[in-house]
Design a protein around this ligand. Sequence first.
Ligand code: HEC
Length: 393
Amino acid sequence: MPGIEWLELAVRWIHVIAGIAWIGTSFYFIRLNAVLAPAEVPADGVEGEAWEVHGGGFYRVAKYRIAPSALPSELHWFKWEAYATWLSGASLLVLVYYLGADAFLLDRNIADIAPATGIAIGAGSVIAAWLVYEMLCRSPLIERPGLFAALGLALATATAWALSEWISGRASYMHVGAAVGTIMAANVFLVIIPAHHGLVAAVQAGREPDASRGKAAARRSLHNNYLTLPVVFVMISNHYPLTYNHPLGWLILGALSFLGGWIRHYYNLRHAGRHRPWMLVAAAAGFAGIAVLATFGTPAPAAAGADDAPVGLTDVREVIAVRCGVCHSAEPVHELFEAPPGGIAFDTDDEIVSRADRIYAVTIESRVMPLGNLTGMTEEERALVGRWARQAK
Ligand code: HEC
């Protein structure tokens, strides 16, 4: 479809910018809460204040207990960064994974389902995840943050596993990310902002503001804060088939999400004055452990084959033309692409031979290509291309 990639670029650009702004405010305000100290000159209703220096100026920020007794003439809200992130994210999900379902959502090596089924499974899982989260928030579990987090992580990991039985590894990851992003945006839209409206209305009407609403909003805001690092990992994961296309990709997602929350926890404790550097060391060791296990803890790719009979370019040229050339050509036949994806074309022998190592990486090691196995590459062809690439690289 002409122009669709330009549209995708525009939406992705907005998504990244809005996401940075949103996460920036989350980091900033959670930290501000942690560093508040009793005001030097106690003022009515002020819970604490912080001195800050940034961009060439000094700031003195005060936080009110519940709400001030009167409203200022201008009150600054923080909501559009969240809404814009979600709206652009949802649009991207549709543009990339639903309009391009054949290539990005489905994987014929996993399940032979229709695009509409895949879309229903993906979108359904996002809505279901949000409903389950809301239920948990209304259960007594909400008073047990550690248990809540553990259960949430277990559910997210299980969702990644279930999705990976139906849709591509990449799409499974992205739908878990979309579910988390939806939970976060819904927290802003349905809990946090309405609570702020309630507080404002109470002050305007001269009523005593309801402290419990502010407390509920603060809790959701803290949930969002812990979800930032896992969700950012998912958003960059599509560059790393070694995670999402790993046979245990769902477990890797769970483990890295845990690390993300753990690192956030380190910073939240640190800002509250409890510095525990061992937590960062443990996170680094955990990351290295995951990387080592994922790399060496799994059997060598079967298709690589022990067979060393020489395979020449003439033996694989046709396979690559048929299974890869639909997309990877100066003028791709596949309707999704106007230019060769990743700038990679296999029209000439030179183009094929010079990329032998990448061909090996994507067809044998991560098996991400052919994308979604849209062109129906057989295991024999994969083994053949694998042997050629191993000998040629
Ligand atoms: C349905 C279209 C499609 C088919 C068929 C396809 N590819 Fe790709 N390929 C893509 C897309 C899209 C990307 C860019 C991936 C991204 O955006 O992450 C890509 C990226 C690549 C890359 C660069 C990524 C990297 O890690 O180096 C290589 C190499 C590659 N493909 C090789 C192949 C080979 C070999 C085949 C055939 C066995 C193949 N592709 C079949 C769509 C396709």
